[in-house]
Write a new protein. Structure first.
Length: 212
């Protein structure tokens, strides 16, 4: 004879076990989610505070603050690099690099200002003597005199030295004073890595003395 009570009790035990299993599984899933959330919060806290715990030193071993001061130094360095590249490519050339450097300069400043500089060298026959006699023109960035503006365009003034080497003759040095407004531009490798661009650019020249 079938014992109904025994069968019903067996089903009740299975139902209770199944319910307990779901409960345990739910608790495991909930615990896992809590652990994941905790890990994410902990990771975010570490990343957020990393900047304050990293010490940056300059070439002399002095501590640099990893904050606004560091960003300003980086920004100024990028501006100086752009100024240096601009004055170098616009004013440096020999018989092998005339066209190449002109093309590079156009990626760093507006075309009108670039061609005005090229025309000045052409009118002074600088390109001719470079091609015919191997005269070398080499411009080197000297220093950033001024950088102003809290937003684009950023106005800069800087100086450079142009050295003209005519074979065995004593090199002639000319100081270049540059001024212009810089804006952000789409970076382009390798012509313009920084992404800065001279919206307008002008330069004047001054013959240096031996004492300079």
């Amino acid at each position: 004879m079938i014992n109904k009570e025994s069968i019903l009790k067996t089903f009740d035990d299975l139902s209770v076990a199944k319910k307990n299993g779901r409960t345990i599984m739910s608790l495991i899933v909930l615990f896992s989610l809590m652990v994941i959330v905790f890990v994410l919060i902990w990771t975010y806290a570490i990343v957020s505070n990393a900047g304050d715990k990293i010490k940056v030193v300059d070439s002399n071993g002095h501590h640099l603050k990893t904050s606004l001061e560091k960003k300003e130094k980086l920004f100024k360095s990028l501006i100086q690099n752009h100024c240096a590249n601009t004055v170098t490519y616009a004013n440096s050339f020999d018989r092998m690099t005339v066209k190449e450097n002109q093309a590079k300069a156009i990626f760093l400043m507006n075309r009108t200002d670039a061609y005005r500089i090229f025309s000045k060298y052409k009118d002074n026959h600088a390109y001719d003597v470079s091609l015919d006699r191997g005269v070398v023109y080499k411009a080197e960035f000297e220093k950033l005199e001024e950088m102003s503006g809290t937003e684009e365009p950023f106005h800069v003034r800087f100086s450079s030295v142009l050295t003209i080497a005519d074979n065995d003759k004593e090199p002639v040095k000319v100081r270049i004073f540059s001024e212009g407004d810089i804006v952000s531009y789409t970076p382009q490798y390798p012509e313009n890595i920084s992404g800065f661009y001279f919206k307008n650019y002008n330069q004047t020249y001054e013959r240096t003395t031996k004492d300079d």
